[in-house]
Design a protein around this ligand. Structure first.
Ligand SMILES: C[S@@+](CC[C@H](N)C(=O)[O-])C[C@H]1O[C@@H](n2cnc3c(N)ncnc32)[C@H](O)[C@@H]1O
Length: 246
């Protein structure tokens, strides 16, 4: 459990870095960060991460090792046209924008523009604002609006989902039409602090019980979904990579 001994406490509200990894050793996580991640974190991302860490909801921010994974995936797959669902202050969005080619773009959706405004100056200072198309509002509506234009069907190479967990299964159906065959959909928090594997009677907060159940449902559906090939990683809070097959 990421939150330590008190299972009634919500599992993601801790301020220490154990909130950011499923690794059982803090020392090992620090080793990974210090050796392979933080020395390569762009300065603009570091600055945004440190500012966001001080925000009352800072624990929602993607971890540096996860952001590094996103940058690597975008570069490896040569993605140009991408989507992000769940922006917060924009740490994963900045990672995405930095990894995209000069003519790449990311449509980024969040219900709350106020958070995004915290990160916007960092995106501008990094010289990648021209790649970012931020849209405020519920992601289901924005994805539906994209689906209404048939030019968007299969037009995206990559999508990253890190928003309201109970809607992931709906985002999956929408994204399978927006992301091209061979394209990539990445879901965050797919192990929900390890709660997905706890006995059903384990005491959890209402939110954790609900989100953990939603994630278990998502994982079962993804595993049985013949339209995608999946890869579950135990990085950060659990990351699932899907490659669209048909
Ligand atoms: C975990 S945070 C995203 C963290 C972000 N990826 C980062 O690197 O900092 C989740 C975000 O999803 C947004 N969100 C929640 N429900 C949403 C919805 N229905 N549609 C769009 N965004 C939503 C929240 O406002 C919040 O900013």
């Amino acid at each position: 459990m990421a939150a330590g001994g008190d299972t009634m406490a919500q599992v993601h509200t801790g301020i220490d870095s154990s909130n950011k990894t499923l690794l059982k050793s803090e020392a090992l996580y620090k080793y990974v960060l210090d050796t392979s991640v933080l020395p390569h974190e762009p300065e603009c991302m570091r600055e945004l991460r440190l500012v966001t860490d001080k925000h009352e909801w800072g624990f929602m921010q993607s971890s540096p090792d996860e952001a590094q994974l996103l940058r690597m995936l975008i570069k490896l797959t040569g993605a140009r046209n991408t989507l992000e669902v769940g922006v917060f202050t924009g740490y994963s969005l900045l990672a995405t924008a930095l990894a995209l080619p000069e003519d790449g773009r990311v449509i980024a959706v969040d219900v709350d523009r106020e958070y995004y405004e915290i990160g916007r100056p960092f995106i501008e200072k990094a010289g990648v604002a021209h790649k970012v198309d931020f849209r405020e509002g519920p992601a289901l509506d924005h994805l539906d609006a994209l689906l209404a234009d048939e030019r968007n069907l299969g037009a995206f190479d990559f999508a990253f989902v890190d928003a309201d967990k109970p809607n992931y299964v709906r985002y999956h159906e929408q994204l399978l039409r927006l992301v091209r065959v061979g394209g990539t959909i990445v879901y965050d928090n797919t192990l929900w602090a390890g709660t997905v594997a706890l006995p059903p009677d384990t005491p959890l907060s209402d939110l954790d019980r609900r989100f953990s159940a939603a994630i278990r449902d998502l994982n079962a559906r993804l595993s049985a979904d013949e339209r995608v090939e999946v890869c579950q990683l135990a990085i950060a809070d659990g990351v699932t990579i899907c490659r669209r097959l048909i």
